[in-house]
Structures are given as C-alpha cells and as structure tokens.
Design a protein around this ligand. Structure first.
Ligand SMILES: NC(=O)c1ccc[n+]([C@@H]2O[C@H](COP(=O)([O-])OP(=O)(O)OC[C@H]3O[C@@H](n4cnc5c(N)ncnc54)[C@H](OP(=O)(O)O)[C@@H]3O)[C@@H](O)[C@H]2O)c1
Length: 329
C-alpha cells in the first residue's frame, strides 16, 4: 500500500510517498482500507517536529481517516470486517491502509460518504468539546469564535449555531467572510481592524448591547486572544484551543478576578486517550446534527494522495477555508 512517509522532522516538502507492507493490527486494533483522510493544521506541527506528541521516525502523518474495516486484531468485538468507520489516530492517516484502535472508530451513518466523514472528525470534535465540555455552553448564549475561517473555527461556528447560540465570528481575512456567513455566523467581527485591543471589544459590545461574549473559543492566540478576552461577558468562559498566529498569550490573573471570567484549555488528543467513550458520544452527536441538516462540512478541496503537499501548503499559507481532504479510494 502507498503512504506518505516522514523520514526526518522538517518541512513537509521533504516528505515522499512510499510503498509499504499492509499494516498488521495489534490487540484491540483494526486495519482500515482508507476512503478519505483529513488534512489538519497540527499535521504541519507534527511533521516539523514542533508538536507536543511526536512519534519515532520514520512515520506516516495524519490524524483522521474514514474507510472500511478490513482486518481485526485480537479481542476486537465491537466491529466487524466491512464496517464503515471514521477513525481518530495519533498518526498514520495519509495512507491507503491505516491502523486504529477499535475504541477510536466511529460507525458512519449509511448514507455518509468517506470525504464528508473525514471532514467531520477532529476539528468538529475539538469544537464540540471546547463548547460543551470546557466552556459549559448553555443554549441561547453568545459565542465568539476567532479564526472562524479555519477548520476548527468554521466547525465551531456551525456547531454553535446548530446549538442555538448567537454566533460572532472573528475573521482576519475579509475576502473569506462570505463563507463564514454561509456557515451560519450571525455577525462578523473584523480581526484586522486597527487598534484591535479596543476595536474588538467595541464591535462585540455594539452587537450585544454591551453584554459581551458568554463564550470565547480561540484557535488563534496572540494579540487576537488578548483583545477577545476584553470582550467577555460577566462570568464568561474562554477556551484556549490553539496558537495559529504563532504567539502563546500570557494572562494576568487579576484580569480574570476583576472580570469574573474563566479560562480553560482544550487538548483533543487527551480526550481521545483518556475518555474515548466521551469522544464516541460526541462524534455520534456531530453525525446526528449533520444528518438532520444543521450543517455540511465546508470541504474546500479534495486531493489525491499525491496532492498532500499542495494541501498542506494551502493550510500553511493561510489560503484554506474549512477542510482539505485526501481522497484515497
Ligand atoms: N487543542 C486542540 O486539541 C486542537 C485541535 C485542532 C487544532 N488545534 C489548533 O487550532 C489552530 C487552528 O487550527 P485549524 O485547523 O483551524 O487551522 P486552519 O484551518 O489553518 O485555520 C487557521 C485559522 O487561524 C487564522 N490565523 C492564522 N494566522 C493568523 C494570524 N496571524 N492572525 C489572525 N488569524 C490567523 C486563520 O485566519 P485566515 O483565514 O485569515 O488566515 C484561520 O482562521 C491551530 O493552532 C491548531 O494547531 C488545536
């Protein structure tokens, strides 16, 4: 089978496709014949060696794959050969065949194609867990999402809207705003406005009658996080999801006290490792919401395996809106 192979940490442009033997499932694992895999921003971090969890070299990158179960390891009773699943993996998804823990496989609705399934995985789980498990979002609250054009941000916009929120979507690249509105944002917050520290709060307060944002979901960090924290409502809850802008912000604790706000973090892979049953529930709820027609994932491009560099470059160069998918069947 063919797979993308990382032989040394560095630029993804150095990675090549290799012919490898069919993987064997370990105990509690399955092998999946891939239909589609999602490209994700963290893949860039893993390939470059900057991610918090790094595999030994050489390795196959990629954290989500949808396809058909083709082999079962010892002790697997929850799945059978032929089942159609979406699987979360630490690495190994940029391949025609992938190994996954059975506990991290989510059965697909019958009518769902593999590209849609792969697009509804990691970033929707991240958005859902941030909103519900970390922020404790309550129906009807106002949710401010930064980086709303990106994969996590757009998923958050869609899920928050489907769950009854008023959605304020922070957009730094104005030309992408229409896609964010189409995903369900009620209002666009201009993150490229001059004097963002004041202007972000002014925009949010003007739209909420000075109430502010009950929930902040922030995949961007840097100056945008600093400014967004000033736009929180009384007893607001902010969730740190990522640092796409590059700078990890620092929070002064007195600010949390004075504003009566809470800040938490979300690390998706910990949920997968520690509470796979919760991730399974979350994934089935995401599938349910999509099947009920609340949203469709915004798949910007679908590429063959050979297109992985083009896809990763699109993410790295900030040209992406939503998801890029590798079609593998
Ligand atoms: N905590 C977790 O478990 C978890 C899970 C998944 C992802 N993440 C992290 O979340 C972040 C976003 O992931 P993603 O998949 O959404 O990535 P993505 O699809 O590439 O989107 C990145 C977003 O960040 C914005 N952005 C990037 N640089 C910026 C800057 N300098 N100023 C303002 N906005 C900027 C982009 O806006 P433009 O469209 O204007 O470029 C875009 O909205 C990454 O740091 C990723 O590692 C964390």
């Amino acid at each position: 089978m063919r797979a993308v192979l990382v032989k040394e940490f560095g630029s993804f442009t150095n990675c090549e496709i290799a012919e490898l033997p069919t993987p064997q499932p370990g105990s509690g694992q399955v092998v999946i014949k891939a239909g589609a895999a999602g490209l994700n921003f963290p893949d860039l971090l893993v390939i470059s060696g900057a991610y918090q969890i790094l595999p030994p070299l050489p390795f196959i990158p990629g954290k989500e794959v949808a396809g058909t179960v083709m082999a079962l390891g010892a002790g697997v009773t929850s799945l059978k050969v032929g089942d159609r699943v979406l699987a979360n993996v630490e690495n190994g998804a940029y391949a025609e065949e992938a190994v996954a823990n059975a506990a991290d496989c989510h059965r697909l609705p019958d009518s769902m194609d593999f590209a849609t399934a792969a697009a509804l995985g990691l970033v929707y789980q991240t958005a859902y867990l941030s909103l519900i498990d970390r922020a404790g979002y309550q129906r009807g609250e106002t949710v401010l999402v930064t980086g709303a054009t990106g994969a996590v941000g757009l998923a958050t916009v869609q899920l928050a809207r489907a769950m009854g929120a008023t959605v304020l979507a922070g957009v730094a690249t104005a030309s992408k705003a229409d896609a964010v509105r189409a995903a369900g944002a009620h209002h666009i917050i201009d993150l490229a406005a001059p004097d963002l520290r004041d202007s972000l709060r002014e925009q949010v307060f003007a739209l909420t009658g000075k109430h502010g944002a009950d929930v902040l979901i922030d995949p961007v960090g840097g100056d945008i996080f600093d400014a967004a924290l000033r736009a929180m409502a009384w007893c607001g809850r902010a969730v740190v999801v990522g640092f796409a802008a590059g700078r990890i912000p620092t929070i002064k604790a007195n600010y949390l006290l004075v504003k009566n706000i809470a800040v938490s973090g979300l690390q998706w892979s910990d949920y997968r490792e520690r509470v796979p049953q919760r991730v399974a529930e979350v994934q089935q709820d995401i599938f349910r919401l999509q099947q009920e027609g609340h949203f469709q994932p915004h798949i910007m491009r679908t590429l063959p395996l050979e297109g992985f560099k083009e896809g990763l470059a699109t993410i790295q160069d900030r040209r992406v809106i939503g998801k890029i998918i590798l079609k593998l069947d």
